[in-house]
Ligand binder design. Structure first.
Ligand SMILES: [Zn+2]
Length: 281
């Protein structure tokens, strides 16, 4: 599933194609993409809009139009965007929508499992829509103290609390596992029980994992690829995710896998102990 670094990579790739262009044609072939609205009605609303900016908030792509309206695209499990010169998109059985632009480009949305969504919001709806669903951006003005306030009083395991988009926006299964390894924190620790030093490590670990993901243009596993069809390289940087049975790069202990909140969770039992061992100086 695309997480913050993958969505940011898609945004970086697709923004130059979309920004400044006017939509001259729109075809939405999958009613699930825009339900409860009828695909032909949403498509008709999009035609004529000029794209001012393509931004990201959490795992959402935020396509802002000159009119003030916003198209919120969520890729969910397997959604992706492709672009090509007009009429040059390759055949694709998983294509769900195509936008034709006045700059001679076609932009296609494909989605194998069809969980992705397109939501067209009016100008005054965006802030409220996002505020109820998303916490702050982890790469924005985030500090250990602010992170501590967001986790305070929570008994849920760290892993579960960080997957909750209302804690921080944009983290998913891959980057939470990676961040907790960098932070040397066990994923089962109660989220509200970290001390100041641990919160500092967690804040740094989250930023490190996400920045590396952006730098490597996302992780290409199964269905994620970039709008130009290229792959990301983050899968080569994984320290624990998908590496159960292999050795930790820091201490050579065999990486373990467990399930937390139904999600496969990878960690080093030695670097990320469940209980803090007090060290006598
Ligand atoms: Zn280790």
């Amino acid at each position: 599933m695309p997480e913050l670094p993958e969505v940011e990579t898609v945004r970086t790739d697709i923004a130059p194609v979309l920004e400044g262009a006017r939509i001259t044609g729109a075809a939405i072939d999958d009613p699930r993409l825009v339900r409860p609205f009828a695909p032909e009605i949403v498509a008709a609303e999009l035609v004529g809009e000029r794209i001012q900016a393509v931004e990201r908030r959490g795992k959402y792509l935020v396509v802002r139009f000159d009119s003030g309206r916003v198209l919120l695209i969520h890729l969910r499990m397997t959604g992706s965007l492709r672009h090509a010169r007009s009429g040059m998109l390759a055949d694709d059985p998983h294509r769900r929508a195509v936008l034709k632009l006045d700059n001679g480009s076609d932009v296609a949305y494909r989605d194998v499992r069809r969980f992705g969504t397109w939501e067209l919001l009016e100008a005054d709806e965006l802030v409220g829509y996002l505020a109820t669903r998303l916490g702050p951006e982890p790469l924005g003005a985030m500090s250990a103290a602010r992170l501590g306030r967001r986790l305070a009083g929570r008994r849920a395991p760290l892993k579960a609390a960080l997957l909750d988009q209302r804690t921080l926006a944009g983290l998913g299964n891959i980057y939470v596992d990676e961040a907790l390894w960098y932070a040397r924190l066990n994923p089962l620790r109660p989220a509200g029980g970290l001390d100041v030093e641990e919160l500092r490590r967690l804040n740094r670990g989250i930023r490190k994992a996400l920045r590396l993901g952006i730098e490597r243009q996302g992780a290409s596993l199964r269905d994620y690829s970039r709008p130009d069809g290229e792959s990301g390289g983050m899968q080569d940087e994984f320290r624990v995710y998908g590496r159960d049975g292999m050795r930790c790069g820091r201490c050579r202990t065999v990486i373990a896998k467990t399930r937390i909140g139904g999600r496969g969770t990878h960690y080093c039992p030695r670097c990320q102990p469940e209980l803090e061992v007090s060290v006598v100086a």
